[in-house]
Design a protein around this ligand. Structure first.
Ligand code: FE
Length: 153
């Protein structure tokens, strides 16, 4: 698979300083958070999931589904170019790693047992994501939100 240079390139030391130890372990060391521990496993709010390392738009809540696996699961990336797929034969398994194309951060893996038309299940660590609620849509919290309308880019 073609490997393109990442727009965001930082030294290991810089990543260590910017990320929490848990985020660093996932994003830079290809670690996996324990299932059912991530903050976005059960999140059903409308919004965007961005890369926790570089802020790139990765997944839309519209494609999120409950896979029962304990990790946030999506049927597809927000745009195909947002992620890079790499063969991963570690741990005696044949898997496909999902990486943020913008910064090279490890996000999770993609499997072929998804429910959507393309049959894919993007299994992504919460620690690699930063959720951004969509403006102008009810987030379930109530309260005045009219001031926010139209301020987005
Ligand atoms: Fe990134």
């Amino acid at each position: 698979m073609a490997t393109t240079p990442h727009k965001v390139e930082k030294t290991d030391e810089e990543w260590r300083q910017e990320l929490t130890p848990a985020q660093y372990e996932v994003l830079r060391r290809a670690g996996t958070e324990p299932p059912f521990t991530g903050e976005y496993v059960y999140n059903k709010d409308s919004g965007d999931y961005r890369c926790a390392a570089c802020g790139a738009m990765l997944f839309s809540a519209d494609t999120k589904f409950d896979s029962g696996t304990g990790w946030p699961s999506f049927t597809e990336p927000a745009v195909a170019e947002a992620v890079e797929l790499r063969p991963d034969n570690s741990l005696f398994m044949k898997r496909t790693e999902v990486v943020c194309r913008n910064c090279g951060g490890h996000l999770g893996h993609v499997f072929d047992d998804g429910p959507g038309p393309n049959g894919q299940r993007y299994c992504i660590n919460s620690l690699a994501l930063e959720f951004q609620p969509r403006e102008g849509e009810p987030a379930g919290e109530g309260g005045p939100a009219a001031d926010d309308a139209g301020s987005g880019a």
